[in-house]
Design a protein around this ligand. Structure first.
Ligand SMILES: *[C@@H]1O[C@H](CO)[C@@H](O)[C@H](O)[C@H]1NC(C)=O
Ligand SMILES: *[C@@H]1O[C@H](CO)[C@@H](O)[C@H](O)[C@H]1NC(C)=O
Ligand SMILES: CC(=O)N[C@H]1CO[C@H](CO)[C@@H](O)[C@@H]1O
Length: 482
């Protein structure tokens, strides 16, 4: 039967099951099919495949559906071929810093030492890669002093202005900072953030604020001594709620997407990863789940969890926010599914039986067990882990987790990757020396990222060679299939 004889609503239903290639083929059969595909096909597919990408979202909103599908299709293909453009986002900093990254729909923020560097996401036309533009550097103290260093950051909802964040410091301060973006910059100098733009809290005494997370209206911070502070910003005067975890604190993650929002804590202990539900009254003091490391018959050994992330809504695990990805001291990156019933034997009657991981992945060539983790990438199926040395980022496709691969960040410093943010097409990361990006999307040009003028050739030793495209820099990558 000819396709023309089918009623159009039947063809539209069928189109829901077609890939970009199938749709392109269908649209070339006749003008009738072509018009159905342009009117319905591309937008159906764009809705199904659109990964969550802060840095692209403003551009994608203005693009026609077929341009969105083109972008995502080329991105997925580049992921499958391990093809990307690697770029430093800034010149090397002075000294070795432990940077923190935060993102929202308008900008990428890099906190390093006493400075927050802001990079705005430009709105691009279809067929152009949305640019990342340096906006300014904002200092939180007049002098660089280690105890006033920024240690963690998270951006929060501020009515769409996207200039507000919570910043944790080495001296225990937790500040709500609004970036003075409209203040004029003289001769590219840093702008000091005056007291009008910041509001200090001293919940953590003088312990390092190791981690700050945000989701929806919630903010969560955790200090090295294991004090967690939870706030619901939807009330006019948020009341901080304290929770003592009684172990060395490292990492946090907040989920506000599922019907029961929850907080996850990473610590150094026998049970280093725990989930606490968030109810109308606030954060529950008792864990609703303990996430275990190993096989069901093993006695838990003390370990530590340095990085925690959730999976994007479009991931192969499904829309519900029940997946928790964590980077452990003893090596692997582990994935727990809160819906799973695989539990370890519990000796402690007070706590829920520990939940076993549904997946563990590791880079067998790297024994440095320290990770920042993030999920996203091609088909929203990748886990990225920043590791402790050689500025290596390890990547796994969860649809084929035994075929992992790793890449050294541009610059190739002997540094940990302290923070990673993985979107559909871009991975933003930061080493002790600089922020960087790996861009798997199409249409990247020299001016998509900030122009770099290297003054001191020796400082930029690892950035000598451009890649084949001439846009990115040459980086070393290797497979670690098992
Ligand atoms: C692991 O990460 C923590 C927190 O970033 C850091 O303090 C520690 O020194 C790291 N350990 C190694 C072996 O890199
Ligand atoms: C980066 O460093 C690793 C060792 O840490 C080395 O094997 C690799 O060749 C270096 N890559 C580049 C591009 O310099
Ligand atoms: C990941 C993150 O923190 N995103 C924030 C960025 O900004 C939006 C508003 O545009 C906030 O709602 C998000 O929480």
């Amino acid at each position: 039967m000819h396709v023309k004889r089918l009623p159009s609503d039947v063809i539209i239903v069928i189109m829901q099951y077609l890939s970009a290639r199938d749709l392109a083929a269908l649209s070339e059969t006749c003008t009738y099919a072509h018009s159905l595909v342009s009117e319905f096909g591309w937008s159906l597919l764009a809705r199904q495949t659109s990964p969550s990408s802060c840095s692209l979202s403003k551009s994608l909103m203005t693009w026609p559906p077929n341009a969105q599908v083109r972008y995502h299709t080329i991105t997925d293909r580049n992921w499958a071929k391990h093809q990307f453009v690697a770029r430093p986002v800034a010149r090397k900093w002075m000294g070795k810093l432990q940077p923190a990254l935060a993102i929202n729909r308008s900008r990428l923020l890099v906190g390093a030492g006493n400075t927050i560097y802001s990079y705005a996401f430009a709105v691009a036309k279809p067929g152009e890669a949305p640019g990342v533009v340096f906006e300014g550097a904002y200092t939180t103290s007049h002098r660089l002093q280690a105890h006033r260093d920024i240690t963690s950051m998270a951006s929060v909802e501020d009515g769409g202005r996207d200039e507000t964040l919570y910043v944790g410091f080495a001296d225990g301060a937790l500040e709500r900072v609004t970036l003075p973006l409209s203040e004029p910059r003289k001769h590219d100098q840093n702008v000091h953030i005056d007291p009008l733009h910041r509001e200090g809290n001293y919940f953590h005494g003088d312990d390092i604020v190791e981690s700050v997370s945000s989701a929806g209206n919630y903010v969560l911070s955790l200090s090295s001594s294991g004090t967690a502070v939870f706030m619901n910003l939807s009330s006019a005067e948020p009341v901080p709620q304290f929770l003592e975890l009684d172990s060395r604190g490292w990492s946090t993650y907040l989920s506000a997407r599922s019907s029961t929002p929850y907080a996850v804590f990473g610590t150094s202990s026998v049970n280093p990863l725990s989930v606490h539900d968030i109810h109308a009254a606030g954060l529950s003091p008792n864990p609703s789940a303990i996430l275990a490391s190993g096989a069901s018959d093993e006695r838990p050994k003390p370990s530590a969890v340095y990085g925690i992330a959730g999976a994007p809504p479009s991931s192969p695990w499904g829309h519900s926010d029940q997946i928790i990805v964590s980077g452990w001291y003893d090596g692997p990156v582990r994935v727990h599914d809160l819906r799973s019933s695989k539990r370890a034997y519990s000796t402690d009657p007070c706590c829920p039986a520990p939940l076993l991981p549904v997946l563990s992945v590791f880079d067998p060539w790297l024994f440095e067990p320290n990770y920042s983790v993030s999920c996203g990438g091609g088909a929203s199926s990748y886990i990225a882990a920043g590791t402790a040395r050689h500025s290596v980022v390890a990547l796994w496709d969860v649809r084929n987790p035994s075929a992992g691969w790793s890449v050294h960040a541009p610059g190739n410093d002997s540094s940990p990757v302290y923070s990673v943010i993985l979107e559909g097409s871009r991975l933003f990361g930061a080493t002790q020396s600089r922020p960087f990006v790996l861009d798997f999307g199409p249409d990247v040009r020299e001016d998509t990222y900030p122009v770099l003028k290297f003054s001191n050739a020796r400082d930029e030793e690892g950035l000598k060679k451009r890649d084949r495209t001439g846009i990115g820099f040459y980086v070393t990558r290797y497979d670690h299939s098992r």
